[in-house]
Ligand binder design. Structure first.
Ligand code: G4P
Length: 531
């Protein structure tokens, strides 16, 4: 029999991440979600916290210099009795690997789109990762207070470019200067908003039925007539709302609004808690693990070093998958086979830390990392198990990292290994052991700068970086292990191994990759590292 407390706690949880292209308004929306969730009183505090964090961390000084957000945090708040975990992801595309991993810990995604720009490059890449995981995607089309593209055209683009069906849950009334509110298609109500100064407080809203004379009087005639016409049109052409297709990631509920003005934020949140997936089962090597299984289990999806430079610590972020997490518990660390006591467990809100006493599936707990944890590690109680690891995503930039000072070799190696374990960069090695310089492989170029900066500031090793001309990497497997010994090499390729000893081949062009594939039909080429 399942434990009723556990089932109730899991049923209250909604865990998600926001995916978007930089500048679509992720920071603004996050802040407004917190405002409506009662976690902050006045919008503006998230930015303030962000600045505060900049000020207290030295390697993050890089963020400040470049005006980008490298790190991500977890924001937790209660909204209408639901425990919401919002996994914040870095905005800069060079840190998309971090975002990919964060998505592995999320049960839902909110896709944020700028109404004037539509689907942008980064949105598309991140959408593909969500699609791979089959998680529900909720779309928020932002900045309706500015002139943008026609709503129908935007929906059409989502369907065509991303290949997902859309269901507009609400429909904008006016746009740009005339943007007044939205029509809620599920409840058949009109929501008209009033602007507040700088969008700092919740937007006052008047709600009523579409035919209500009071609502009608609040809109000019043209706007009203257009709304009625568009809604009729939508009812006639669109696909029906189907929660199962939402859960399977095949249909995205779409919301229109303006995060800056708080328009549509509450409607989004209300629909989100109603329709978002609860923490579900997760595949492991011992079978499928239920979130309400008695034994605690979880996995590490992110490691962040030196969040507090005073302590020089590393925080491992654990996604709880089953059972109950309790402060001070001693768990089994599957990769090392050791017991680890989780003595310092934290909930993080920006730079603030609070001790976590207990947590359930869907929650994220930060534990001060004694150095044992690496990305993808499982920790559990009861029968040892390992969750499917977090895949390594295809790097597109490569460079040799040199340590010009032989007396610092040990430090250098330690730093490179730790930064790899944290997921700051991928590291590849020559098959010829005499060539000791590791090759860094990154999804975004800026990851190299972070690695060199951190090696210097945290490990006191200065390094040299030599960019390499490769642009593609593939992990290679074969049905018979001996087939890996019989490779017909294309001249313009390089065989390396990753930290786990798996064969990786680098190419300069898709043409080279194609050549290798044709010459070696007995090999499988994987874009994402097999786990
Ligand atoms: P990001 O995290 O996705 O990169 O985006 P962010 O929230 O920082 O927003 C990017 C810009 O878009 C900001 O303007 C922000 O104010 C603006 N923005 C966000 N939501 C809306 C909206 O609903 N309507 C309009 N008109 N603008 C919006 P900025 O000029 O870069 O910064 P700031 O002057 O607001 O500090």
């Amino acid at each position: 029999m399942s434990n009723p407390t556990l089932a109730a706690e899991v049923g209250r949880r909604r865990t998600f991440a926001i995916i978007s292209h930089p500048d679509a308004g992720k920071t603004t929306l996050t802040e407004k979600l917190l405002l409506y969730g009662g976690a902050i009183d006045m919008a503006g505090s998230v930015r303030a916290r962000r600045n505060q964090r900049h000020a207290t961390s030295d390697w993050m000084a890089m963020e400040q210099q470049r005006g980008i957000s490298i790190t991500s945090t977890v924001l937790q708040f209660v909204y209408r009795d639901c425990q919401i975990n919002l996994l914040d992801t870095p905005g800069h595309q060079d840190f998309s690997e971090d975002t990919y991993r964060t998505l592995a810990a999320a049960d839902n995604a909110a896709m944020l789109i700028d109404a004037a720009k539509g689907i942008e490059a980064q949105t598309r890449k991140l959408f593909d990762v969500c699609r791979m995981r089959g998680i529900p995607i909720f779309t928020f089309i932002n900045k309706l207070d500015r002139p943008g593209r026609e709503p129908l055209e935007l929906l059409d683009e989502i369907e065509k470019v991303l290949g997902i069906d859309v269901y507009p849950v609400n429909w904008p009334i006016g746009m740009g200067d005339t943007f007044r509110g939205v029509f809620d298609r599920l409840e058949h109500t009109v929501h008209l908003f009033d602007r507040t100064t700088g969008g700092k407080k919740m937007a006052p809203v008047t709600v009523g039925a579409i035919g209500d004379a009071r609502m009608r009087a609040l809109m000019d005639e043209g706007t009203y007539a257009q709304m009625v016409e568009e809604i009729e049109l939508l009812d006639g052409v669109g696909v029906p709302f189907d929660i199962e297709r939402v859960a399977a990631g095949k249909l995205t509920p779409v919301f229109f609004g303006s995060a800056a003005n708080n328009f549509g934020v509450q409607l989004f949140l209300d629909a989100f808690i109603r329709f978002a997936s609860r923490p579900g089962t997760r595949p492991a090597n011992t079978g499928v693990i239920s979130p309400v299984a008695e034994d605690f289990s979880g996995f590490v999806f992110k490691i962040q070093a030196n969040m507090d430079p005073q302590h020089r610590d590393r925080v491992a972020f654990i996604r709880v998958c089953s059972g109950k997490f309790e402060k001070d518990m001693t768990v089994h660390h599957t990769r090392s086979g050791k017991k680890v006591r989780l003595s310092r467990s934290l909930k993080l809100f920006g730079q603030e830390r609070e001790t976590v006493e207990e947590a359930y599936a869907g929650d994220i707990v930060g534990v001060i990392n004694p150095g044992t944890f690496a990305i993808g590690d499982t920790i559990c109680l009861g029968k040892p198990l390992a969750f499917e690891g977090i895949p390594l995503f295809p790097p597109e930039h490569f460079a040799t990292l040199r340590n010009p000072n032989p007396s610092k070799y040990k430090q250098f190696l330690k730093g490179v290994t730790q930064l790899r374990e944290e997921g700051a960069v991928q590291v590849l090695f020559h098959q010829d052991e005499a060539k000791r310089d590791p090759i860094l492989a990154a999804v975004g170029q800026l990851q190299f700068d972070v690695v060199r900066f951190r090696l210097e500031s945290e490990y006191h090793v200065e390094t040299l970086l030599e960019p390499l001309p490769w642009t593609l990497a593939r992990w290679i497997t074969a049905k018979q292990p001996e087939d890996l010994e019989m490779i017909d090499w294309y001249f313009d390729s390089l065989g390396l191994k990753d930290h786990a000893g798996r064969l990786v081949i680098l190419f300069k062009t898709p043409w080279g990759l194609q050549q290798m594939g044709e010459r070696n039909p007995h090999l499988q080429f994987h874009q994402i590292a097999p786990v």
